[in-house]
Design a binder for this molecule. Structure first.
Ligand code: ATP
Ligand code: MG
Length: 193
């Protein structure tokens, strides 16, 4: 069985908190690969997303290029319509694959708002990573397969990075250097809407 982690996000922009969550989940659950699934149309965040999907994908590709076992996934960027996790799990499901859905505790708390949540339950094991000291978060109902992954607590959020970039403050160290280069080359996040 191939063990694949799906770590979805807007990644607007990607930061080292995301990378550490992916890397440590890969190791802790002995996964073959972790796919960082860039949301093409994060329908719950439409009013807040700043960079386009292809730019956010390029940032994730740059951030994980040298990281063994972690890769960027373009499935949701290439698909039309709102990004729904159940669609992505169905697309990746195979008889010889076990899927793990990697989520920070804040994202787990938001799961009751997901589309086709019930279907999601049968498609993957939830891999919950603690974020912001918010522990004790469980699955949104009964019957879920759950793993908890302990990671270093890094108080970093894309929202803060967008604010920093908009204000001309540095992001070095918070965002992987290769992704910082892409942000600069493409002039992303300088023009706050
Ligand atoms: P925003 O501030 O725009 O919401 P974010 O930093 O929360 O951005 P997302 O793209 O919303 O990043 O999150 C994608 C996934 O990464 C979610 O499952 C979230 O819980 C997780 N995550 C984000 N930041 C961290 C962090 N610092 N540590 C652990 N997990 C994180
Ligand atoms: Mg978030």
């Amino acid at each position: 069985m191939e063990r694949i982690g799906l770590f979805g996000g807007t990644f607007d922009p990607v930061h080292v908190g995301h990378v550490v969550a992916a890397v440590d989940t890969h190791a802790a659950l002995d996964l073959d690969r972790v796919l960082m699934v860039v949301a093409g149309d994060p329908w719950q965040k439409r009013d807040r997303v700043v960079a386009g999907a292809t730019d956010r994908l390029a940032l994730v590709e740059a951030a994980v290029a040298d990281i063994e076992g972690v890769e960027a996934c373009a499935l949701e960027v290439e698909r039309d319509g709102p990004s729904v996790t159940a669609d992505t799990l169905v697309a990746l499901a195979a008889p010889d694959r076990e899927l793990f859905l990697v989520l920070g505790t804040d994202a787990v708390s938001n799961m009751p708002t997901w589309r086709r949540l019930e279907e999601t339950r049968h498609l993957a094991t939830l891999a919950i990573v603690e974020r912001g000291g918010v522990g004790g978060v469980g699955p949104p109902g009964d019957g879920w397969h759950v793993e908890h992954v302990k990671i270093p607590q890094l108080d970093i959020a894309s929202t803060d990075l967008r604010d920093r970039l908009g204000a001309g403050r540095p992001i070095d160290g918070l965002v992987p250097p290769a992704a910082v280069r892409v942000i600069r080359e493409r002039g992303l996040y300088t023009d706050r809407r």
